[in-house]
Design a protein around this ligand. Structure first.
Ligand SMILES: Nc1nc2c(ncn2[C@@H]2O[C@H](COP(=O)(O)OP(=O)(O)OP(=O)(O)O)[C@@H](O)[C@H]2O)c(=O)[nH]1
Ligand SMILES: [Mg+2]
Length: 478
């Protein structure tokens, strides 16, 4: 999504974090070495005395830290990109940290939610066009509008909404600038009405009310996300209109056939081909996660567009921000101190992992079950599940974790359930040895569990360490 390194949690400093800190006065290793301050004997012995006192202080401090460390549980969330680590991290925070998120955090997530919607809608519109479905969109939406009585209070048709979104979100053929009236309708067919103009809102003001937008901008969300959030505010009505005829897709009804087809195709597209081909840049995220955003955010566009909008707990949970820093949260659960670390999973992020490999009590390895037929954002020919297995192998067999418990969390079960209905496991080259029945959840899960077990050199992996996560309560193992 390209929102930059905007995690709201505590960022972890590099190892030996005090490296850049100036030496404490009197505590430096150079005193008494005939350095900058020559001392007489009395001074020298006083200096030695203070050295000893300082050393004792340091020793006591180290001892205290060691004792503290001994009772502390340090947990790492590891796994490939987009496997769901940060979502679990956020879920843990919900369970164990009662502190409210700061307004600064919420503003960041507000920007991210809005930009997530734009990214998903951008992909959807681009695929509708790439698949030559514009005519169908016209026809089907006219039928649907006939039944529902039109596009809502703006009077815009679905096709006009689509054309506006194509122009502003996909093609950038209509460039918006703060506070200027701009024309729309440079692409497409039906919205080339020159009277069709929209006002691009100045940053913090709602288009219609002029009211200050609570979310505004968030430097922590990164430039791209802020720009997309601005686009969202300018075009949320079109997004709503395009979506309203598709409401409740997730519950199995109401989606225009062409939009449903584009959604499914776009998922296949991301699975089987490179994002580059669709010419809208590669945010590195799969359309399947766009699915979730489409399913959960898009029904709520008006709320999210409101100037009073403050992200809810659920909005924060599903907001997708690629992790680019190691972040840590501390909890105290039943009198035991926990430190939980979240890391970025994409290949370029993994070199930062080593910074937190010291004295780890437990690793939670997160793998998305649904990724068996998807390819990496950062290496388009590598199957995501194969990558997860390789990564798991290297984590389990890493000497740094020889005394560490490793738990495997199998995530995105909801997507897996839906996907196996039409994406055969055995049809994927790396998993052509799958001999179970098609469309069978249990056999599919057992097959992948065995694949993970096969990664272990010794066979000590205990089944109780394997968890399937529920979609709605991510941490509930079943
Ligand atoms: N449908 C569904 N989506 C999920 C689930 N878990 C996570 N997601 C979505 O998957 C996307 C990626 O999740 P993240 O938690 O950001 O993944 P990550 O492992 O932290 O990714 P990196 O930070 O890039 O390493 C987000 O859009 C989540 O909302 C799940 O169980 N089901
Ligand atoms: Mg993350």
């Amino acid at each position: 999504m390209g929102c930059g390194s905007s995690s709201p949690q505590q960022a972890v400093p590099p190892p030996g974090g005090g490296g850049a800190t100036p030496p404490a006065p009197g505590g430096g290793g150079q005193s008494g070495q005939g350095g900058a301050y020559p001392a007489n004997n009395a001074n020298a012995s006083r200096a030695r005395g203070s050295d000893i006192a300082a050393n004792n202080g340091v020793d006591a401090e180290l001892e205290r830290a060691r004792a503290e460390d001994e009772g502390k549980i340090k947990m790492l969330l590891l796994g490939a990109g987009e496997s769901g680590k940060s979502t679990i991290f956020k879920q843990m925070r919900l369970l164990y940290n009662s502190a409210e998120r700061t307004d600064d955090d919420l503003r960041m997530y507000g920007v991210v939610a809005r930009s997530n919607i734009v990214v998903a809608v951008r992909k959807l519109c681009a695929h509708l066009r790439n698949l030559g479905l514009e005519e169908e969109l016209d026809r089907e939406s006219r039928d649907a509008e006939g039944e529902s009585g039109g596009g809502g209070h703006s009077g815009m048709s679905v096709r006009q909404a689509y054309d506006e979104l194509m122009a502003y979100l996909v093609d950038n053929t209509a460039n918006a600038a703060g506070g200027m009236d701009v024309k729309c309708g440079t692409v497409g067919t039906t919205s080339q009405d020159p009277s069709f103009s929209i006002k691009y809102p100045p940053l913090d003001d709602d288009l219609n009310t002029g009211k200050k937008d609570w979310v505004g901008q968030s430097p922590r969300a990164g430039l791209a996300a802020n720009n997309d959030a601005k686009l969202f505010l300018a075009h949320h009505e079109s997004i709503r209109i395009l979506w309203q005829v598709n409401i409740h897709f997730f519950y199995g009804w109401g989606l225009l056939p062409c939009v449903r087809f584009a959604l499914l195709e776009s998922c296949w597209f991301c699975i089987t081909m490179s994002h580059e081909n669709i010419g809208i840049g590669d945010d590195g995220d799969s359309m399947w996660d766009g699915y979730l955003i489409i399913g959960e955010y898009l029904d709520d566009v008006s709320r999210i567009a409101s100037p009073d909008y403050k992200p809810t707990v659920q909005d924060v949970l599903i907001a997708r921000v690629r992790t680019t820093q190691v972040v840590m949260e501390k909890y105290r659960i039943d009198g035991i101190d926990f430190e939980v670390y979240d890391v970025g999973g994409q290949r370029s992020e993994r070199r930062k992992w080593i910074d937190c490999f010291d004295s780890v009590t437990a690793v939670i390895f997160v793998a998305a079950l649904s990724e068996y037929d998807q390819y990496l954002a950062e290496a388009k020919r590598t199957n995501r599940m194969v990558e997860a297995l390789e990564l798991f192998r290297s984590v389990c067999n890493n000497r740094a974790f020889s005394n560490t418990s490793i738990m495997l969390f199998l995530n995105k079960k909801d997507i897996f359930t839906e996907k196996i209905m039409y994406s055969d496991i055995a049809a994927q080259r790396p998993f052509c040895d799958y001999a179970g029945p098609t469309k069978d959840f249990d056999h599919g899960v057992l097959y992948f569990i065995q694949k993970f077990k096969d990664c272990l050199i010794d066979d000590e992996f205990n089944d109780s360490f394997i968890h399937n996560l529920k979609r709605s309560g991510f941490l509930g193992a079943d």
